[in-house]
Design a protein around this ligand. Structure first.
Ligand code: ZN
Length: 186
């Protein structure tokens, strides 16, 4: 069965940057399972998998534009501490994250992470940690099947290990807990 729009794909993978930094990998008993064609994995990976079949093994080099985007210097900012609400200020430590409007693209929300705080202010970055990085993937497709009507209704694959979706009757009214190996791009 070929991978097409709405296939449920399971694959083992590992990924590193072109600089040799290990980024992520599936574990032997828990392949990544995702609904193909819905942007749940990076575009370059999704494109390369389309039309492939179970058993497909590949080494892929994916440019930033097809991964987490180019690095945007305009998203590295220094702001004064008092630009933040008073109740937030004590929490402004490296790693603290918050949503704010893009400094130039009006209306676009960006997740910022605090990098550093000193007497000059708070240094924040809205770049994804993998922005600007070329990624080297090793992938191995271990399963391809058609999505169920229920999965299509939800817009994601069910039954992947660690996905929290083993119960096929889970409540649509509640936000899904997408912990673990759920096949979602974060
Ligand atoms: Zn669901």
């Amino acid at each position: 069965m070929q991978i097409v729009l709405n296939s449920v794909v399971s694959m083992h993978y590992r990924v590193a940057t072109s600089e040799g930094e290990q980024v992520d990998a599936s574990t032997p008993d828990a392949p990544l399972t995702f609904l193909h064609g819905h942007g749940q994995i990076i575009p370059g990976l999704e494109e390369s998998l389309t039309g492939k079949v179970e058993g497909h093994v590949a080494d892929l080099t994916i440019a930033p534009e097809k991964a987490y985007g180019a690095y945007d210097d305009g998203l590295d900012l220094r702001v004064t501490k008092d630009a933040f609400p008073a109740e937030i200020q004590p929490r402004l430590l490296p790693g603290f994250r918050f949503m704010a409007e893009h400094p130039t693209a009006e209306g676009q929300q960006v997740m910022f992470t605090v990098a550093k705080v000193d007497e000059q202010g708070v240094y924040v970055s809205g770049n994804h940690p993998l922005a600007g990085k070329t990624l080297l993937f090793h992938v191995e497709v271990v399963g391809v099947r058609a999505a169920s009507a229920h999965e299509l209704e939800h817009g994601h694959a069910h039954g992947g290990p660690g996905c929290g979706h083993e119960d096929p009757g889970h409540d649509h009214g509640q936000e899904h807990k997408h912990g673990g190996n759920c096949g979602h791009q974060h």
